[in-house]
Design a protein. Structure first.
Ligand SMILES: Nc1ncnc2c1ncn2[C@@H]1O[C@H](COP(=O)(O)OP(=O)(O)OP(=O)(O)O)[C@@H](O)[C@H]1O
Length: 289
């Protein structure tokens, strides 16, 4: 049975069509990353999967159940973009309090270690830095030992060190056979963590695949060079998905050999050819859409 199954889900907020028929599923033990520009529909999709909002149309199942029923909810954990923390409790007390809400909580020490909170266990929640607050939110989201964990832009406000430690915690969580659904604007985060990426734009899934497949199929190849070539000529090169002219000419193409043959007719210098990164693939996609 699928951990999560979303079929043709739509969501209207008044005149706004936030989701226009979203379909995907997640297997047990899979890490799925949602990428997409601001307003694409990522948070709305998560809130529907969590049973916090009802879809306008379509169906969502968590282990075959409606996410609004308590038995389904008990299997879900969530670290949302904004969460209030009890300011006057110590970090370790907040973890204890949340553990008591669940029938089969993880041991407090395991939760604290997983979220890298041991050093700040005695600190008041109200005195935490932005990154520390995010780590505590992560701890509270895994307290109940959920089978599916939703992380909505989890590493916002974390420094590089905390982010790397956080990625390790997510990987650890996955090794226990758990499913993770994550939204992020850090594309290297999706690349580092996920088995599969879904790109959402304007309420629709526009592409789905492994980070590697997306980079290969959509990102294609980046060709950079100096030289006087008209932008219009670059845009009509074979297989072009995106063009940047900012001191250096940059062309993304799915057919690099054919594009290069034409580029080499011009007087160019400093030629560089490389595979596009996931970030570039993502920009190419949403620019085209
Ligand atoms: N409660 C609401 N009332 C009206 N419109 C809403 C509401 N919630 C979301 N929307 C609209 O639905 C669309 C999708 O929003 P959503 O928050 O799901 O996007 P997102 O992909 O999570 O964006 P971000 O990356 O900025 O968090 C946007 O146009 C947003 O303005």
């Amino acid at each position: 049975m699928k951990a999560i199954e979303v079929v043709n889900v739509t969501k209207h907020f008044g005149n706004v069509e936030a989701l226009k028929g979203v379909t995907f599923s997640a297997d047990q033990g899979e890490v799925l990353a949602f990428l997409g520009p601001n307003g694409a529909g990522k948070t709305t999709t998560i809130s529907i999967m969590l049973g916090m909002r009802a879809p306008t149309g379509g169906t969502v199942k968590v282990y075959g159940m409606d996410p609004r029923v308590p038995r389904a909810r008990a299997r879900l954990g969530a670290m949302l973009q904004e969460s209030d923390l009890p300011a006057t409790l110590k970090v370790k007390e907040a973890v204890e309090l949340f553990r008591r809400l669940y029938p089969r909580p993880l041991p407090a020490r395991q939760v604290m270690e997983m979220a890298d909170l041991m050093d700040i266990a005695e600190r008041l929640c109200g005195n935490l830095s932005g990154g520390q607050r995010r780590r505590l939110s992560f701890a509270l989201s895994v307290c109940g030992n959920p089978d599916v964990l939703f992380l909505d832009e989890p590493t916002v406000a974390m420094d590089v060190q905390s982010r790397t430690a956080f990625w390790e915690s997510v990987r650890q969580f996955k090794t226990q056979g758990k499913t993770v659904i994550l939204t992020t604007h850090h594309l290297e985060e999706a690349d580092a963590l996920s088995d599969r990426v879904l790109v959402i734009d304007q309420g629709k899934v526009i592409v789905e695949g492994t980070p590697k497949a997306i980079k290969e199929q959509v990102g294609g190849t980046r060709i950079r060079f100096h030289g006087q070539v008209q932008e219009q000529q670059l845009r009509t090169l074979p297989g072009v998905t995106r063009v940047n002219i900012n001191g250096v000419n940059e062309v993304y193409t799915r057919t690099p050999e054919a594009a290069l043959r034409e580029i080499l007719h011009h007087d160019i210098t400093d030629l560089e050819v490389s595979k596009a990164s996931l970030e570039e693939a993502f920009l190419n996609l949403t620019a085209r859409n």
